[in-house]
Write a protein that binds this ligand. Structure first.
Ligand SMILES: C[S@@+](CC[C@H](N)C(=O)[O-])C[C@H]1O[C@@H](n2cnc3c(N)ncnc32)[C@H](O)[C@@H]1O
Length: 258
């Protein structure tokens, strides 16, 4: 949309608009009329430490909770408290059909169920343990499990994933986290089943994106008696200049290191 000077950019989450720039009264009126949104939020900063909390200013409306639809799934979200990453859209779709009814899955960084919900809906594994530390994200995760009718599959846990019960073994582990994901690899190998797969996300300088994550997976895996059997590296998006957000699909088998 133009106001004679600039094009207004926004992201739509359910019936809430997210903008990056300040808007004047005319621009707000135009956007509300055109998009029929109930609220407009301006994101001021993005990620606050581990908990991914945006700082927002409300430009229009009062309600910040909405339901976002994507790939046939419903996601209840409070847009003033939780981010919705459009850059991960294809990855949410890709992961949805990766599992099967024989598997136990652990989503170590479940958020509001970004991966858990599509995976439960389209792969229907035996069980998904969805681990989420942030109480607000956890509340929406629980809501989303009910909204999508996957309560027989998903077990939500409001815990630090490092406290997850190590006697439960996972055929598939989702590590949808960035910047310091490697700090959580030890825990992932402690709960990985024989012939298990880890979907390991990382933000890596492009020059070493084909080497560093795989080396980390190999070396920590080896410490826990696993050998990397096969892997694929997929680039998800640009993270910052020269740095990419990637995911490694890494399949391991147990070896005898004694
Ligand atoms: C960046 S979001 C990503 C969500 C989703 N996996 C994705 O990739 O789109 C990461 C989530 O992990 C949660 N988190 C961070 N550290 C955690 C921990 N130690 N245990 C459990 N959850 C954690 C955060 O609260 C946040 O909701």
């Amino acid at each position: 949309m133009t106001n004679g000077h600039k094009k207004l950019k926004y992201q739509k989450i359910g019936d809430i608009l997210i903008v990056k720039d300040e808007l004047n009264e005319t621009e707000i009126k135009e956007l509300v009329k055109r998009t029929k949104c109930k609220t407009i939020l301006k994101y001021e900063t993005h990620i606050t430490r581990d908990l991914r909390v945006p700082t927002t200013k409300t430009l229009y409306g009062t309600e910040t909770e909405t339901i976002n639809k994507e790939h046939g799934c419903l996601f209840s979200i409070d847009a003033s408290k939780i981010m919705w990453s459009m850059g991960n859209l294809e990855e949410r779709k890709r992961i949805a059909t990766k599992s099967n009814k024989e598997e136990i899955v652990v989503d170590m960084f479940a958020g509001i169920g970004y991966f858990t919900i599509p995976l439960a809906k389209y792969s229907a594994p035996k069980k998904i343990y969805a681990l989420e530390l942030n109480p607000n994200s956890y509340r929406h995760l629980c809501k989303n499990i009910l909204l999508n009718k996957v309560e027989n599959i998903v077990v939500p846990l409001n815990i630090d994933n490092r406290d997850f019960d190590e006697t439960i073994k996972a055929d598939r582990i989702l590590m949808g986290y960035v910047v310091k994901t490697s700090e959580f690899l030890e825990k992932a190998f402690q709960i990985l089943a024989n012939n298990g797969t880890i979907h390991y996300h990382d933000t890596v300088p492009e020059k070493i994106m084909n080497t560093r994550p795989v080396e980390q997976l190999k070396s920590i895996g080896h410490k826990y008696g696993f050998e990397l059997e096969e892997y694929e590296i997929i680039r998800i998006k640009k993270y910052s200049p020269g740095v990419s957000h990637i995911v490694v699909d890494a399949k391991f088998k147990k070896i005898d290191i004694g």
